[in-house]
Design a protein around this ligand. Structure first.
Ligand code: SAM
Length: 217
C-alpha cells in the first residue's frame, strides 16, 4: 500500500494523519516522531507496515505499539528536556528512541534478553547515546539508577507497582496501564512530597507486565 512512498514520506504522513489529526499537538513530540525511523526497529517482513496504524509483532510473543499509542503515552508523561526517564518494556527500542529525543537520559529495561540486545544494537547504530538498555525485571524498577523524573510502563500491570512509585523523584510522574489481562486503563501517578495522586485515562490493551510486581509468567 505504501510501496510508492519512501520511509520519510510515510513517516510524515503518519505524523499528520495518525497523530496531528487525532489531537497530538506537542511540536517536540511530533518532530521526534517525524525523525525516528520506525522502519529500522521492525522485522524485515514488516518493513511495508512500519508506519501502519496498528501494533506489530516483534518476536518473543511481544508487540510494538501503534504510533498513536506511543505518542499518547508520552503526552501523559509531560516530559521536560532535563528529565531522567525509566521505560519498562524496551521491546524494539523504538519508544526509547523517541524518549531519548525528548529527555536528557533514558534507562530502558526489558525482560527478554534477545529483544534487549537487538534494541541496544539498533539504538547504538542510530546514535542514541543517551539511551541505556538493561536486561531484567522492570516491574521492580531500576533502583541503582533511581530516582527518575518520569517512568513509562509499556506493558500492562495488575496493579500500580509500588517499587516504581518509590523510585519516582518528588514531582515525578508514572504512566502505567493497569487492569486485567485483556483490557486496561492508563493510570498516571503523580508524586507530590509524601503523597501520590492517581488519575485515570484512556482504556487500552497492552501485553502483560511479567515479573515480581506484575503478572506471573
Ligand atoms: N516500548 C516497546 C517498543 O517501542 O517496541 C514496546 C513494548 S511491548 C508493548 C512490552 C514489552 O514489555 C515487551 O517487550 C515485554 O517483553 C516487556 N516486558 C514485560 N514485562 C516486563 C518486565 N517485568 N520487565 C521488563 N520488560 C517487560
Amino acid at each position: 500500500m505504501n510501496g510508492h512512498q519512501t520511509p520519510p514520506q510515510q513517516r510524515a504522513r503518519m505524523v499528520e494523519e495518525q497523530l496531528h489529526a487525532r489531537g497530538i499537538r506537542d511540536p517536540r513530540l511530533l518532530a521526534a516522531m517525524g525523525k525516528v525511523p520506525r522502519e529500522e526497529f521492525v522485522a524485515h517482513e514488516d518493513l511495508g507496515n512500519a508506519y501502519g496504524d496498528y501494533p506489530l509483532p516483534i518476536g518473543a510473543g511481544q508487540t510494538v505499539s501503534q504510533p498513536y499509542i506511543v505518542a499518547a503515552m508520552i503526552v501523559a508523561l509531560e516530559l521536560r528536556p532535563t528529565d531522567r526517564v525509566l521505560e519498562v518494556g524496551t521491546g524494539t527500542g523504538y519508544e526509547a528512541a523517541i524518549l531519548g529525543e525528548l529527555a536528557a537520559e533514558v534507562w530502558t529495561i526489558e525482560r527478554h534478553a534477545e529483544l534487549a540486545m537487538k534494541a541496544r544494537a539498533i539504538l547504538a547504530r542510530l546514535g542514541h547515546v543517551n539511551v541505556h538498555v538493561v536486561v531484567g525485571d522492570g516491574s521492580v524498577g531500576l533502583p541503582q539508577h533511581a530516582p527518575f523524573d518520569k517512568i513509562l510502563v509499556a506493558a500492562a500491570a495488575p496493579k500500580i507497582p509500588e517499587s516504581l512509585v518509590a523510585q519516582l523523584a518528588d514531582g515525578g510522574r508514572l504512566v502505567v496501564p493497569v487492569g486485567g489481562r485483556f483490557e486496561q486503563q492508563v493510570q498516571v501517578v503523580r508524586k507530590v512530597g509524601a503523597k501520590t495522586i492517581v488519575s485515570l485515562h484512556d482504556l487500552c490493551r497492552f501485553v502483560p507486565l511479567v515479573g515480581e510486581e506484575g503478572w506471573e509468567p
